[in-house]
Design a protein around this ligand. Structure first.
Ligand code: HEC
Ligand code: HEC
Ligand code: HEC
Ligand code: HEC
Length: 476
């Protein structure tokens, strides 16, 4: 099997041993898994109408210049948003490569091309059929409009708490779970659409899914008003960070709940027993390149460094740190305890699928405690928050640093309303460069690979420390 060129991962013997021991190579993760576990909802799918329904000039298709965001939402999306390309990319060489490599894993199964493949269309399109080329359009985020298109134009319409299925994206927790369907993964939808990027797909070249609500919203050409930066109704950037993190954790838990239930199900053909799905775990637990470079002597003087977890013996896996970093720290004690117990338990017996009830208990704990978490954080003086974020990070772990840097970025955004933050921004940009992935080439086209090059935790630590000190000294 050809490997994607330029990928820098060094897979350790332990990873290969696991592969042999647990027979992971035989699965066909790109195959439809429709009935192998419970779908997200048993309700009949709501009608999806396509972006055209939103596009009249009096509604959302006004020119961008001189109009409010809501008036030009369609125009912004149609002219600037990457989501419009989501279907087209399925015809590009990288997509073909993914299908070719997945097929090579199991030649007895020939897979349909990406732009017709059930395993790809769920996340890369909103409407199936002739209008699939719209890519990811309004209703993937705002919810199928069949039941509310007319109602939402009438006086007295309430976005919040309505039962017609418009998604309340102004709530960061809900927004994170909605984006998370595709940017984290999710169980199959009621209409059978699939939302899973497996390790096999990543190994075949699919980008690793990383997601963080605030920075991904900032990565979008906005067709909305940033109500968090604007402080609408007492909202704060912190609400977006905290509730966004917790919503993303919920989305991740929903995904592994489905994967675990599927793995335990008997009679589910060759999908049965597929655990661990490697994407639930820390990539660098097996792909050791980044971790092997760490000189622990250099960072051992750092207080509250949990680097012990990075030097964990081989064969112990951590649950995906990008999803867990800065979550337990945010939650009230009892919820944090529920999560920590679950995490410790799963990591100690990672080769067994976790019990769905245990996952469900975590989801409930997170959901119930979300507002307590953001309220609690607001009682902490601003100049202590940055330190708190840094101290709860394991700097040896690339994923955690990504999340930490984004949290510091959000704190800097807050500070920027009343301070000059030029120097802090420069340092944040330096950290970003240190965390970057290398670019490679597939079929003459640039592709981002999934391992940071030359990741140097000690240097990153120094830079983060300087940022925290700068925030501490400014914000009093
Ligand atoms: C869980 C949702 C999901 C599924 C399922 C999925 N993708 Fe993706 N795909 C994404 C997301 C999200 C991105 C963008 C990742 C990023 O940049 O953060 C992406 C990016 C890509 C890209 C890179 C696009 C670019 O601009 O470089 C290709 C190619 C691709 N996917 C192909 C596929 C193929 C082929 C399949 C089916 C085998 C598939 N995807 C299944 C969510 C998904
Ligand atoms: C990738 C997800 C996504 C897609 C696709 C998308 N939106 Fe949005 N939309 C959002 C988010 C996020 C918000 C902001 C919610 C908030 O903070 O209030 C938003 C807000 C809006 C708002 C309210 C603006 C405001 O200032 O309050 C309108 C109207 C809107 N979108 C219409 C559309 C239309 C029409 C389309 C399709 C042409 C579309 N959206 C596509 C995610 C999306
Ligand atoms: C239906 C699936 C789906 C949903 C829901 C969705 N996205 Fe995406 N998103 C994608 C896919 C697929 C891509 C890759 C498109 C491409 O590469 O051309 C993408 C790309 C992006 C990118 C560009 C990433 C990059 O590497 O350049 C951003 C930013 C983004 N999405 C943010 C969001 C946010 C914020 C939300 C929620 C408000 C959201 N998305 C909801 C599927 C989705
Ligand atoms: C339990 C161990 C384990 C975990 C966790 C794991 N991988 Fe892998 N990975 C492997 C093994 C073993 C291979 C080689 C066999 C294969 O291609 O599946 C591999 C192959 C790959 C490849 C193809 C590289 C090549 O040279 O063949 C990529 C890319 C990759 N993994 C990315 C990731 C990412 C991203 C994550 C985290 C989301 C991750 N892996 C998590 C064990 C793991």
């Amino acid at each position: 099997m050809d490997r994607p060129r330029g990928i820098l991962f060094f897979v350790i013997i332990a990873g290969l041993a696991m592969l042999l021991a647990y027979g992971v190579s035989g699965r066909r993760a790109s195959e439809p898994v429709g009935d192998a576990g419970s779908a997200r909802s048993v309700a009949a799918p709501r009608a999806v109408l396509g972006a055209g329904g939103c596009a009249t000039a009096g509604c959302h298709a006004a020119p961008i210049e001189g109009h409010l965001p809501w008036e030009s939402a369609y125009t912004v999306w149609a002219t600037h948003d990457r989501h419009t390309r989501a279907y087209e990319v399925l015809r590009e060489p990288l997509a073909q490569q993914i299908i070719t490599l997945l097929s090579a894993r199991d030649p007895s199964h020939s897979l349909s091309p990406a732009h017709e493949n059930k395993s790809c269309l769920g996340c890369h399109t909103t409407v199936q059929g002739a209008r699939a080329s719209e890519g990811v359009s309004c209703e993937s985020c705002h919810g199928p409009a069949g039941d509310w298109l007319v109602a939402h134009t009438l006086p007295g319409w309430q976005t919040r708490g309505n039962s017609l299925g418009m998604v309340d994206l102004a709530d960061p927790y809900i927004c994170a779970t909605q984006c998370g369907q595709c940017h984290i993964g999710a169980p199959p939808a009621a209409d059978g659409a699939l939302y899973e990027v497996s390790h096999d797909m990543i190994a075949a070249g699919h980008p690793r899914l990383v997601f963080n609500l605030r920075s991904f919203k900032q990565g979008e050409p906005p067709h909305w008003r940033d109500r968090f930066a604007a402080g609408d109704g007492g909202l704060d950037v912190l609400d977006e960070v905290v509730l966004g993190r917790l919503g993303a954790l919920d989305a991740y838990l929903a995904k592994i709940e489905f994967q675990a239930a599927r793995a335990m199900k008997t009679g589910a053909g060759d999908q049965a027993g597929v655990w661990p799905e490697f994407t639930a775990f820390d990539c660098y637990g097996c792909h050791r390149q980044a971790i092997a470079q760490i000189d622990h002597a250099q960072i051992d003087h750092i207080p509250v460094d949990r680097s012990a977890t990075a030097t964990r013996p081989l064969g112990r896996l951590r649950l995906e740190p990008m999803r867990w970093a800065l979550t337990e720290e945010l939650l009230p004690e009892d919820a944090a305890r529920t999560l920590a117990a679950f995490r410790t338990d799963v990591e100690a017996t990672w080769w067994q699928p976790p019990r769905p009830e245990a996952i469900e208990a975590c989801r409930q704990a997170v959901k119930t405690a979300q507002y307590l978490a953001s309220d609690r954080l607001k009682t902490i003086p601003d100049n202590q928050l940055a330190r708190l974020a840094l101290e709860s990070l394991n700097v040896a772990n690339w994923d955690e640093v990504v999340i930490g840097a984004k949290a510091l970025n959000a704190l800097t955004d807050r500070l920027a309303t009343h301070e000059d933050v030029t120097e802090i921004r420069q340092r944040l940009a330096a950290v970003r460069t240190m965390l970057e992935f290398p670019e490679g080439e597939v079929g003459g086209r640039k592709v981002r690979f999934d391992s940071p090059h030359d990741y140097d935790p000690a240097a990153v630590r120094l830079e983060l420390e300087a940022i925290v000190r700068a925030i501490e000294s400014r914000d009093r």
